[in-house]
Design a binder for this molecule. Sequence first.
Ligand code: NAP
Length: 495
Amino acid sequence: MNVNQHSSQPGHDRFGFSSFSDGLYIGGAWRSAAGESRIQVIDPSTEAVITAVPDATVADAAAAVEAAASAAEGWRETPPRKRSEILRRCFELMMERSETLATLISLENGKALRDARGEVAYAAEFFRWNAEEAVRISGEFGIAPSGTNRIVVDYQPIGICVLITPWNFPAAMATRKIAPALAAGCTVILKPASETPLTAYALAALYEEAGVPPGVVNVLTTSTPGPVTANLLADPRVRKLSFTGSTGVGRMLLAEAAKNVISCSMELGGNAPFIVFDDADIDAAIEGLMVAKMRNAGQACTAANRIYVQSGIHDVFAEKFTQRMAALRVGPGVDSDTECGPMITRKAVEKIDRLVADAISRGARVLCGGQAPAGRGFFYLPTVLADVSPASDMGCEEIFGPVAPLYRFESEAEVVAIANDTEYGLAAYIYTRDIGRGMRVASKVEAGMVALNRGLVSDPAAPFGGVKQSGLGREGGQHHGIAEFMEAKYIATSF
Ligand code: NAP
């Protein structure tokens, strides 16, 4: 273990914070918030204040809806080819600036640069993919069974969209919504997480440069997301809420959106099982688990949260996996050799500590890690726990950190039952050389996404989303993502 304390904090000028963090981005202009207060952005590697961003009030929320409404007709009427070209330019600019964007993500979020680079490429791909989708939106035409009329179905932009995103993928969670919304012809208001607003503002400046007209994308940061969001959703011109975040906040927002019967897409929490059968390629499974567990230092909704290893290979798997985890370099995300960055906040470290202490009190053995290192920064050591009791709190809560609990299982039926014994259903991972068994278990496991002999599921070209209390709707995929931002209009006609 090597916790390098942050030696050289990059200068602010490198990112030009002053050019985009002094105002909210509303109607194509950088505007002061109605209130005086500002939100501090903290570097989780050093606990130092990076900068501060404006703190929007309900008055600013109203201004953002006004701007989105003013731009709505122009954008909706913009030819799909033109919209497509602007989205393509967003992709190109993101890729041209990928190193700067990745460093900014690492700085405010803490994730290792290699993860941040991966995130920028993933985030940019939503623009490329939706640039291609924008010109392929088609309707339906048919004859009614009675023969008396024709059925015409026209897909239209749903209207103004409120987009709320979390801190763990500050670029990708925003572009996964903005790109399909714009492709569909909608205007949007983005409220990024308070911990990571800089990436959202940097990208807003980039969209403007790519040709996105004023008011089509608006960005506001606030320390009072409850009232500000309620105000946005209370405006009858807002017709869509797309939220990514915790299940608890998602439930509250669903209730808020119900007041105006607003269409909701919800990408919520996960509790992914990672199942390794006796016949699996052990080295490949460990490789996959390192990705599924340790991307973003375990702070991903798709992170392997419960690792079930069949008893025949359990001990050898635990030994080899522990060697890999113990060797990870822990340090500030912006240091190029870091493999595991910090957690987002002190509170996150305290939650992980509580979950680990609870597991140990119920008989878990610490194979490596098991604590937060001394010093500044919100770090937690890569940790492997064995003999974890299924009744432990970490069996039903998201760990959201670099802690891998191992559970032993005997049979296929047993592991399917325990994998499904959760309110969540986002991602699941299965390792086996028996593809028949792999497909059988994949079809039985209650999850929106299953990775079979792979440690990564996310792909802009595939439908991302969960079942049960992990969410509603899908993002990405051939038609799924864009369909969330359109409504079908049926026209009955005779001729
Ligand atoms: P969070 O606390 O639910 O916050 C998500 C967003 O909601 C932030 O922008 C937050 O703003 C805002 N928010 C909080 N309270 C709100 C309220 N009362 N009204 C309106 N907005 C409110 O989640 P998080 O801690 O940022 O992110 C981690 C969670 O997101 C995990 O559960 C993870 O599994 C989930 N996630 C899911 C996916 C997916 O695709 N399914 C992807 C990534 C993350 P503030 O920052 O200002 O509080």
